[in-house]
Design a protein around this ligand. Structure first.
Ligand SMILES: [Zn+2]
Length: 400
C-alpha cells in the first residue's frame, strides 16, 4: 500500500507532495482508496461532502467504530501526514483478519476530504461540513488561487456539490472515531515510545497584522522623515518569539506580504500573519495580547498605523475522556506499560468531530519532529507498532 501511494502527487523538484483537494493527484489517491476497499470486500461510498468511506458490516446498524485520516497534503508536504493513518487503518484490518477477529460492531475506514486546506485556505473542509461547523453557503464561497470555487472544483472532479452540508444522520451512526497520525513534534522521541495517545489539541488561531506606512524613495528619503512599516513589523516578530518563550507557547509569523514590494521603495504596507497556539486559552490570550501591545508601541514610535484582525480561531479540543482512557487501557493491557498521553499543537479531523462524536487519536513517533515538509519521517518499525496498536484498539472496541 505504501509503495503504491508513494509516487502519487510527488513533486520531482522538491521531493514533497502536492496532493490538493479535487486535483488529479487527489483523484489518484481516491482511486487507490476505493481499490483498497474493494480488495477487502468492503462497501465503498463517497458521502455528500466528498469524504470516502469503506465499510465492514452494515453502515445503518449504528454504533460503528470508524478509523482513518486524510490523503491530501500541504504544499510540498511529507509522505506520512494523513496517509500513514489511512494505510495503517487498512493494515490494521488485515492484521485483525489474520487474528480471526469477529466484529460485533460495524467498522469503517474513512478518508476525509481537503483536510489540509492547501487549495481553498480552510483546513478540515470535509469534516467541518459533515459536523455542521462549516455551512454550505460558506463552503460555496471558498475560492482557490485561480478563482475556482469549491463547488466548481468538485464538479470538475466528477462529484455533485449540490448536497454539501451537515450530515447528522451519518454522525449518529458512529459510536467512536479513532485517528492514527504521525506525530508532528518530538514528544514521543523524548519519552522513547513508538506510540502515544492524544489528550488534547491546543487552542490556536491566526491573526493578521497590517502595518500601514508611506511609500517613498529608498535613496532620497531621510531616515527621520520615513514612515517605514518594516522595522515595526520586524520588532513585532521578535516580540512574538519573546512572548511565546516566556509563556511556554508557540507564535509564528510565517507569511508576509509587502506593498509595493520593491527593492528601492520604502513599503507602504507590511502585512504579516501570526499563528499562535498554547496549552490553554488564558495563556494564548496572554501571548497574543502581549504581541499586539508591543506591535502598537513599535508602530507608534515609527509613525505607522496598525490594524490587527483575528482571521480564525479554534478553541481547545479535549478528546473524549472515556474513549481516551479506554484506548490507553487497551494499549497498556498486554505490556503493562503506561502509554504516553500527550497534547498536540496541530489540528485534525478528530478534533473537528470531537464535540459531535467520541473521538480519539494515536500518534506514531516522528524521530525528528519535522512535519509539513518532505523531511517528515517515521521508521518502519514504529509504523508497524502503530498498525498493531490500532488493531488492538479496533479489536478492543469493535469485537467485545
Ligand atoms: Zn494530518
Amino acid at each position: 500500500m505504501w509503495a503504491e501511494l508513494l509516487p502519487v502527487g510527488r513533486s520531482s523538484a522538491s521531493g514533497g507532495y502536492r496532493r490538493y483537494a479535487w486535483t488529479g493527484a487527489d483523484a489518484e489517491c481516491r482511486t487507490w482508496f476505493r481499490e483498497q476497499a474493494e480488495a477487502r470486500g468492503m462497501a465503498h461510498e463517497t458521502d455528500r461532502n466528498g469524504n470516502q468511506w469503506a465499510w465492514l458490516g452494515d453502515p445503518a446498524a449504528g454504533d460503528a467504530v470508524v478509523t482513518g485520516s486524510h490523503l491530501d497534503s500541504v504544499p510540498d508536504g511529507g509522505a506520512f501526514d494523513g496517509p500513514l493513518g489511512v494505510v495503517s487503518s487498512f493494515a490494521a484490518l488485515d492484521e485483525l483478519r489474520d487474528r480471526g477477529a469477529r466484529f460485533t460492531r460495524p467498522v469503517a475506514v474513512v478518508n476525509f476530504g481537503d483536510e489540509e486546506g492547501a487549495r481553498f485556505g480552510l483546513a478540515c473542509v470535509g469534516s467541518r461540513l459533515t459536523a455542521g461547523r462549516l455551512t454550505a453557503e460558506e463552503a460555496h464561497r471558498l475560492t482557490d488561487g485561480d478563482g475556482i470555487t469549491l463547488p466548481q472544483a468538485m464538479e470538475a472532479a466528477g462529484y455533485d456539490p449540490g448536497a454539501i452540508g451537515p450530515d447528522p444522520e451519518r454522525l449518529a451512526r458512529i459510536g467512536a472515531f479513532v485517528e492514527l497520525h504521525v506525530e508532528q513534534g518530538r514528544a514521543l522521541d523524548l519519552t522513547g515510545d513508538a506510540v502515544g495517545v492524544a489528550s488534547a489539541i491546543w487552542p490556536h488561531g491566526r491573526w493578521r497584522f497590517d502595518f500601514h506606512g508611506e511609500a517613498n524613495h529608498a535613496g532620497t528619503t531621510r531616515l527621520a522623515d520615513r514612515r517605514d512599516p518594516m522595522p515595526s513589523y520586524a520588532e513585532t516578530v521578535l516580540a512574538a518569539r519573546r512572548e511565546a518563550e516566556l509563556a511556554g507557547a508557540v507564535a509564528t509569523f510565517g507569511k508576509i506580504s509587502v506593498e509595493p514590494n520593491g527593492v528601492n521603495a520604502i513599503p507602504s504596507l507590511v502585512r504579516g500573519w501570526l499563528d499562535s497556539r498554547a496549552a490553554d486559552q488564558e495563556t494564548l490570550d496572554g501571548v497574543v495580547t502581549g504581541i499586539e501591545k508591543a506591535a502598537r508601541e513599535y508602530a507608534a514610535a515609527h509613525g505607522v498605523d496598525l490594524d490587527v484582525v483575528r482571521e480564525s480561531f479554534t478553541p481547545v479540543v479535549e478528546f473524549d475522556h472515556a474513549l481516551r482512557d479506554e484506548v490507553a487501557r487497551i494499549l497498556g493491557r498486554d505490556t503493562g506499560l503506561t502509554v504516553p498521553v500527550l497534547a498536540t499543537g496541530a489540528g485534525h479531523d478528530a478534533g473537528i468531530l470531537s464535540d459531535r462524536i467520541p473521538t480519539a487519536m494515536l500518534f506514531v513517533r516522528n524521530p525528528t519532529g519535522v512535519s509539513h515538509s518532505p523531511a517528515e519521517s517515521a521508521t518502519e518499525d514504529d509504523c508497524l507498532a502503530g498498525v498493531r496498536a490500532l488493531a488492538d484498539v479496533l479489536e478492543g472496541l469493535a469485537c467485545r
